[in-house]
Design a binder for this molecule. Structure first.
Ligand SMILES: Nc1ncnc2c1ncn2[C@@H]1O[C@H](COP(=O)(O)OP(=O)(O)OP(=O)(O)O)[C@@H](O)[C@H]1O
Length: 278
């Protein structure tokens, strides 16, 4: 059987940054990196700090142009912004002057959906993320976890085929974080609720989080010139509870196998950061 056309296909990607103060100074952040995500697949990318995780995500999102290589989205070369994708970043993307409902519906309204239809969908999405009754609250009146729920609704209401997530939960306390991770998995798996069939590219520093959530974990080398150096299929059963799945003996095996590759890169990355700082 032929494998389906990938939702996202990065082939031979290289990214070279030039210093704005000194155009002769070049930094090869990514070199010959290939990575693809199938429709409906949940892929996490882990790697040492500063290795180029966000850079690769920005390439896939069309926010950054690669110096070399090709980017295809459902088989089509990517031009400009990736319009099949939604985003969730570490920092809140909420507009402080809009209440929760208006934040959630902003994308639909911008797309031209009539206000009452946008509000109907927005209320349904707020209820789906556990925030029924909070429609009128402004971001500063919500906890960190609630703001993340609003962000999640804001992203998924647009029904993207690909979701890019760059450490979306790293600022949360551990309990809230696990709740949010479980909610994300539920939404991702739920047919007809905006989650079914979505490809996810998830970036994290946290190997436990990557294993608990993903179908596949990709390890990037320490920079400069990062590229994937390991790929692991996470054959843990679904549905998963991210806290309970850690007790599965297979979780420990996968963790050990991935850490064996990641550990040296983390040490290398750490040494480079120290040299940069010296
Ligand atoms: N616009 C830019 N100009 C110059 N260098 C950049 C630029 N953006 C990123 N870099 C460099 O490219 C490398 C990769 O950065 P990137 O943010 O992708 O890493 P990361 O793995 O996501 O980092 P972290 O784990 O800290 O979030 C870093 O060394 C960074 O300093």
């Amino acid at each position: 059987m032929n494998s389906p056309t990938p939702a996202l296909d990065l082939q031979g990607i290289s990214v070279v940054f030039t210093s704005p103060d000194n155009p002769g100074q070049r930094y090869v952040a990514v070199q010959e990196a290939s990575l693809s995500v199938a429709p409906g697949e949940f892929v996490s990318v882990v790697g040492p700090t500063g290795c180029g995780k966000s850079t690769l995500l920005n390439i896939g999102a069309g926010l950054l142009h690669a110096s070399g290589g090709t980017v295809k989205v459902f088989g089509e070369p990517l031009q400009g912004l990736n319009r099949r994708a939604g985003y969730m970043f570490q920092a809140d993307s909420l507009m402080p002057w809009k209440n929760a409902l208006d934040n959630v519906t902003a994308g639909l309204v911008f797309r031209g959906v009539p206000t009452d239809e946008a509000e109907r969908q927005g209320k349904a999405w707020l209820a789906r993320v556990g925030l029924a009754g909070f429609e009128d609250r402004y971001p500063h009146q919500l906890s960190g976890g609630m703001r993340k729920r609003v962000s999640m609704a804001q992203t998924l209401i647009m029904d993207p085929d690909i979701v890019f997530m760059d450490e979306p939960f790293s600022a949360l306390d551990i309990q809230t974080r696990q709740l949010m991770e479980n909610e994300l998995l539920e939404l991702w798996a739920a047919p007809g609720q905006g989650g079914h069939g979505k490809a996810v590219l998830f970036i994290t520093h946290d190997l436990d989080e990557a294993i608990a959530l993903s179908d596949r974990v990709v390890v990037l080398a320490a920079g400069p010139a990062t590229r994937p150096i390991g790929e692991f299929v996470i054959d843990l059963p679904r549905p998963r509870d991210v806290a309970e799945i850690r007790d599965n003996p297979r979780f420990a095996e996968l963790h050990a196998a991935i850490w064996a590759v990641l550990r040296d890169e983390v040490l290398r990355g750490y040494e480079q950061q120290k040299r940069k700082a010296a």
